[in-house]
Design a protein around this ligand. Sequence first.
Ligand SMILES: O=C1O[C@H](COP(=O)(O)O)[C@@H](O)[C@H](O)[C@H]1O
Length: 240
Amino acid sequence: MELIIKKNPADLAKAAADFIAKRIKDVLKKQDRFTIALSGGSTPKALHELLAKPPYVDQIPWLQLHVFWGDERYVPIDDEQSNAGMAYDTLLGHVYTPEDQIHVWRTDLEPDVAAADYDRVLHDYFDDTNPTFDLVLLGMGDDGHTLSLFPGTEVVHEKTAWTKAYFLTQQNMYRLTLTAPLVNRSSCVAFLVAGPKKAEPLKEVLEGDYNPDKYPSQIIKPVDGDLVWLVDEKAAASLN
Ligand SMILES: O=C1O[C@H](COP(=O)(O)O)[C@@H](O)[C@H](O)[C@H]1O
């Protein structure tokens, strides 16, 4: 595991943009497509906005990107809570990745049907033996959740299914999520974490006892891939 600490959210976004641009460049020397899963929430917005402008927008071969999302809120794409909607506003609406290479969760379907549909898309896209995503970008909530794997939910312990839909009582909302067995088959997972509210959960996730029911981010450990935590100083403040 690699831990990269940056002074503030702006420096963090730049470090993440540099990391992503280099990763894409390196991977595309060996293959002709780069498959990325985006996250939602507030932290990736600054990163997306950086990627959408020079120098990054000119460095990244957007036509070779294939885009998925690690999780989604069960809302229409034009709802302000939509992870895909946020990514279109801040990044995908400004670059040239073909629409048929951008795979949004179908929140126009019933939640279980939407999860089954995403599962089918993923199984059509990946084979069952090789690594999956070239890069999964993740955030971590103030409660230690990642993807839509929230503390105390059964989905944290999912062993086989690649996608799940479930009703998250504390938010009174359905959530759609990739699961640990799929994400842990990725070539690289990078967490992006900023702000003082993340200090306590980050300490627990990285230095505390293993308790994924309380801190689901602990369940993310790529089997053969790289795990990188990009954090700002406020989020890192409690680390030893
Ligand atoms: O609900 C969600 O929150 C997490 C963390 O978001 P942040 O704003 O605290 O960075 C995010 O990773 C996830 O995709 C999203 O659905």
